[in-house]
Design a protein around this ligand. Structure first.
Ligand code: ATP
Length: 260
C-alpha cells in the first residue's frame, strides 16, 4: 500500500531498522562522560544521557547551560574533548553531520538554518538530498499538507518568511530526511503563542509516529509537559534527570525553571 502521509512513511521506515537492530533495551543514542570546551570555556562536563527508540526527551536549562553545545557535539558539529557518543550501537567519533543525516540523525538548529535565498520548495528538497528512494515527492506533499502556509508560498524565497513560517520550513526540511533521531534546538524561540502551539503539536505527532526526539527548550514548562523524560543542565552539568512529569512537580525545578 502506498503511504498517504509523511508520518505514515516515517512510521513504515522506522519500523524496519528499529526492530531489526533491537538488542532488547539497546539505546538509540548513548552519551557517556561527555566533555566539550571552547578554548578555556568548559561548556559541557561529565554528561551521561541515553535515548531509547521512540522516546521524546527534553534537555532543559538556563541560558548558557550547555544545551546547544550538547546537540552540536552529538551531531558532529563540535569535537568533544573526551567522552563518547554512540548512535545505533556505533561510535560517532569522526563522523560529520552529512554522514549522520544519511543514518537518520537530523538536527533542526537554533535559528533554523534555512537557506534564505532559496525558495521554500528548494529548501524542503534539500532535506531529501541524500535520499535514494522514490518517495520524496509523496513526503513533500505530506509536508505541504501539514503546513498549508508553506504550500501557498512554495515559490517564495525562504528569507522573506516570518519566524514561525521559517520554523515550519526547518521542521519540514528535517522530516524530508526521514529522521530516526530528531534533535530540535529551541523550536519555540521567538514565536507567537499560536505558532508555539503548532510547533509543539508537530513535535508530538512526529514522536507518536515513532521518531525519537531530543528537544532542547527554554520553555521548560511546555517541554516537560510534552516529554517522556528530561535532563536538566546547569553550567554544563546534568543536575537532575527523570520522568518529565516528576520533574514538573519537583520544587527545585519549579523554582529554577518554571517561575514557581
Ligand atoms: P542558550 O539557551 O542561551 O542557547 P545553551 O544552554 O544552549 O544556552 P550553549 O550555547 O551550549 O548554552 O553555551 C554553553 C557555554 O558555552 C556558554 O557559557 C557559552 O557562552 C559558551 N559558548 C557557546 N558557544 C561558544 C563559542 N562559539 N565560543 C566560545 N564560547 C561559547
Amino acid at each position: 500500500a502506498s503511504p498517504t502521509s509523511l508520518l505514515e512513511c516515517l512510521a513504515m521506515t522506522l519500523s524496519v531498522p528499529v526492530s531489526a537492530s533491537s538488542n532488547a533495551g539497546e539505546p538509540l543514542l548513548a552519551v557517556r562522560d561527555l566533555h566539550v570546551a571552547y578554548g578555556g570555556i568548559q561548556a559541557v562536563k561529565r554528561l551521561d544521557m541515553v535515548l531509547h527508540p521512540g522516546e521524546l526527551v527534553s534537555l532543559i536549562g538556563a541560558n548558557g547551560a550547555g544545551k546547544t553545545t550538547t546537540l552540536k557535539a552529538i551531531c558532529g558539529l563540535l569535537k568533544p574533548q573526551s567522552g563518547e557518543v554512540r548512535y545505533q550501537g556505533q561510535s560517532l567519533l569522526g563522523q560529520g553531520p552529512w554522514d549522520l543525516v544519511s543514518q537518520g540523525l537530523v538536527m533542526v538548529p537554533e535559528g533554523r538554518g534555512i537557506f534564505a535565498r532559496m525558495t521554500i520548495d528548494e529548501n524542503l528538497r534539500m532535506g531529501a538530498y541524500l535520499r535514494k528512494d522514490g518517495e520524496v515527492e509523496a513526503d513533500l506533499a505530506a509536508v505541504y499538507q501539514r503546513f498549508p502556509r508553506l504550500k501557498e508560498r512554495h515559490k517564495q524565497l525562504a528569507g522573506t518568511l516570518s519566524g514561525g513560517e521559517q520554523q515550519m520550513l526547518a521542521m519540514g526540511r528535517a522530516l524530508l530526511a526521514r529522521p530516526k533521531l530528531l534533535l530540535l534546538d529551541e523550536p519555540s524561540m521567538g514565536l507567537s503563542p499560536i505558532m508555539v502551539d503548532l510547533i509543539f503539536e508537530v513535535v508530538r505527532d512526529v514522536s507518536q509516529q515513532g521518531v525519537t526526539v531530543l528537544l532542547v527548550e527554554q520553555n521548560a514548562h511546555r517541554a516537560l509537559e510534552l516529554a517522556d523524560r528530561a535532563y536538566v543542565l546547569d553550567s554544563g552539568e546534568c543536575v537532575l534527570e527523570g520522568p518529565a512529569r516528576e520533574l514538573l512537580g519537583n520544587p527545585q525545578v519549579q523554582a529554577a525553571y518554571l517561575g514557581g
